[in-house]
Design a protein around this ligand. Structure first.
Ligand code: UDX
Length: 432
């Protein structure tokens, strides 16, 4: 098929490359000319393992075309995916749909023969209706259908998630579309993905409900971890004990810092706002948001306690500052709360992250990036493991810190507390 992805952000670029890899001709469109020029040289604007190769191979095979010419891309394609950003509006929980609606307007100018317009951006329930109304001003409906096909890609695992999805959700009010979309996704369905068809509004809500449920699961185990710390129980036993019940499931039960990223914080807020619009009180989601925000404060207080409330002039090393491992994404990372707090209290911070230094942390004499894990740890009073990169999983702490009496706060439970005790390390973790 001929496909057009509008927006070469995370979702559009990864999905576009993967569709091309399945043998489709894919136009990846972006209004940012500089980005398009870089992509044409196979320079990837985002950090995603495996993406460079996918871009290079499919670009060389001429299945993947990068362009800023939306008119040509729309005219040439049978299926048009809208993959632009849907940030939270300033000073409110609701979603800013400006980019989605402006893309809909642009598309409407170039529809001369039948097109399926697929919304992949995460959008509030009834946005499909809004897109349809905009397009309908220029083109009448037999010439197009607007459907919803939410993405469930995790950063760092996005290519695997695209190629081996648990499910593919298609929401359309016109049932005839389902067969056409099934054809597009056939290679993935053959590998076992569930192909689930519903209404357009149903698909829009599935995306938010999925992310809110996962955020709830994490928040739940994080609160249970607090209880475990107070009652001297190992939270990992609880995760295994409850997760083995198939009704609960074992994934997303790893206790840790407050969840972050570009989706969970934004989508939980958006779901509450959708609830408000329909006068439906989503009290569980509201308390998840509150609990997750409180967690940032709670763990910062824990750091203070570990240092006996004496942060001033303490050398603190943070290992990993992104919202999770295998990404360079800083959005809503709990480190954005933790590091400024520790700096304010007089801590001397060094951080190391495999994805490099971060523009969010401006140069400061007490805050430095180190491009070497060992150098970042030497002479530290406290090492905080904030994300779960593989290279943090087997550190010989004594060898690299070269000092007595340092402490380790492992916020991702990467080490075994009994082993750490045997090594006479002052080790603290989450819910254990
Ligand atoms: C998420 C969804 O998983 C994906 O389906 C959706 O489309 C986009 O949002 P992503 O934001 O890439 O993906 O991150 P994810 O791996 O889900 O993790 C989100 C946050 O939860 C991270 O801060 C992570 O550290 C945290 N987390 C995850 C936990 O604390 N414990 C867990 O068990 C799992």
């Amino acid at each position: 098929m001929k496909i057009c992805m509008i927006g070469t952000g995370y979702v559009g670029l990864v999905s576009g490359c993967c569709f091309a890899d399945l043998g489709n001709i894919v136009y990846c469109v972006d209004k940012d000319k500089n980005k398009i020029n870089q992509l044409r040289k196979s320079i990837t604007p985002i950090y995603e393992p495996g993406l460079d190769d996918l871009i290079r191979n499919n670009h060389n095979a001429k299945r993947l075309i990068f362009t800023d010419d939306i008119e040509k891309a729309v005219k040439e394609s049978d299926v048009i995916f809208i993959c632009v950003g849907t940030p939270t509006k300033k000073n409110s929980n609701s979603v800013d749909l400006d980019q989605v609606l402006s893309v809909a307007k642009s598309i409407s100018k170039y529809i001369k023969k039948y097109k399926i317009i697929v919304n992949k951006s995460t959008v509030p329930v009834t946005t499909g209706d809004q897109i349809e109304r905009i397009i309908n001003k220029k083109v009448k409906s037999p010439l197009y259908d607007v459907i919803s096909n939410p993405e469930f890609l995790r950063e760092g695992e996005a290519i695997r998630d695209f190629k081996y999805p648990d499910r593919i959700v298609i929401g359309s009010n016109n049932k005839k579309i389902f067969k056409k979309m099934e054809l597009l996704y056939e290679p993935l369905i053959k590998k076992g993905a569930k192909f689930f068809c519903t209404t357009r509004k149903g698909a829009e809500l599935i995306k938010y409900a999925s992310n809110a449920f996962l955020a709830t699961k994490i928040t739940f185990i994080n609160e249970i971890a607090n209880l475990c710390e107070a009652a001297n129980i190992n939270v990992e036993d609880i995760s295994v004990g409850i997760g083995s019940d198939e009704r609960i499931g074992s994934r997303f039960l790893r206790a840790g810092p407050a969840y972050g990223g570009s989706c969970f914080p934004k989508d939980t807020k958006a779901l509450v706002s959708i609830g408000d619009k329909f006068k439906s009180n989503l009290s569980v989601v509201k308390s998840v948001i509150r609990s997750n925000n409180n967690r940032k404060i709670l763990l910062t207080k824990r750091v203070e306690k570990i240092l006996n409330n004496k942060i001033k002039n303490k050398k603190i090393t943070i290992l990993g500052v992104t919202f999770k491992a295998n990404t360079d994404d800083m959005r809503e990372s709990s480190s954005l709360f933790l590091i400024p707090y520790l700096l304010k209290k007089g801590g001397i911070i060094r951080y190391y992250d495999p994805s490099g230094p971060k523009k969010e942390f401006k140069k400061n004499k007490n805050l430095k990036f180190s491009n070497d894990l060992n150098k970042a740890c030497i002479g530290s009073d406290l090492i905080i493991i904030n994300t779960e990169w593989d290279e943090f999983k087997s550190i010989d702490f004594k060898k690299i810190v070269k000092k007595n009496n340092f402490k380790i706060y492992d916020m991702r439970n990467l080490y075994n507390p009994i082993e750490m005790k045997k090594k006479r390390l002052k080790y603290f973790s989450i819910g254990r």
